[in-house]
Design a protein around this ligand. Structure first.
Ligand code: DQA
Length: 148
């Protein structure tokens, strides 16, 4: 059974309260519940972690080696700033899918660049909580195809 590490970055713990016009009304717990349901349907395991701290996210990615076969990450604002998270993903060499609730390309220019995208299998952006579900399906599909 594939094990997928789901990483939520900074401020995503505020979902539901935070700019609901952009991020919607679901809380992070609600989204995690949807991910767990989908994981059951896909017959994979998910381990879900949220942190507001770049170093914790880096450490968690390092620890994923040997434990998880895929990573699903919404790095939040670190998407646009963090060479360290990008290098951690490249360093552990675990297939990673990047997701965003909002369509980062329809927003401010500073959100248009992702440091994660060049080291990810792909990116899903703009579908609200469904971005996570689509991202989980995408990483599982990718892993199933590569294990055949
Ligand atoms: C986000 C988009 C980022 O630009 C922002 O900083 C976030 C959330 C999203 O899911 O749409 O915190 O990653």
């Amino acid at each position: 059974m594939f094990s997928i590490l789901v990483l939520h970055g900074p401020n995503l713990n505020l979902l539901g309260l935070r700019e609901p016009g952009i991020y919607g009304s679901l809380t992070l717990d609600n989204i995690n519940g949807l991910l767990e349901q989908e994981a059951e349907a896909l017959k994979v395991k998910v381990s879900i972690i949220q942190s507001n701290h770049e170093g914790v996210l880096v450490d968690t990615i390092h620890l994923a080696g040997g434990q998880h076969q895929g990573i699903l990450i919404n790095a939040g604002a670190y998407t646009h700033t963090s060479v360290a998270i990008r290098d951690a993903i490249a360093g552990v060499n675990i297939p990673t899918v990047e997701v965003h609730l909002s369509n980062i390309y329809r927003r401010e220019e500073f959100r248009h660049h992702s440091f994660i995208a060049p080291v990810a299998v792909g990116q899903i952006s703009g579908f609200g909580p469904q971005s996570y579900i689509l991202g989980l399906k995408a990483i599982v599909n990718y892993l199933q195809k590569s294990s055949n």
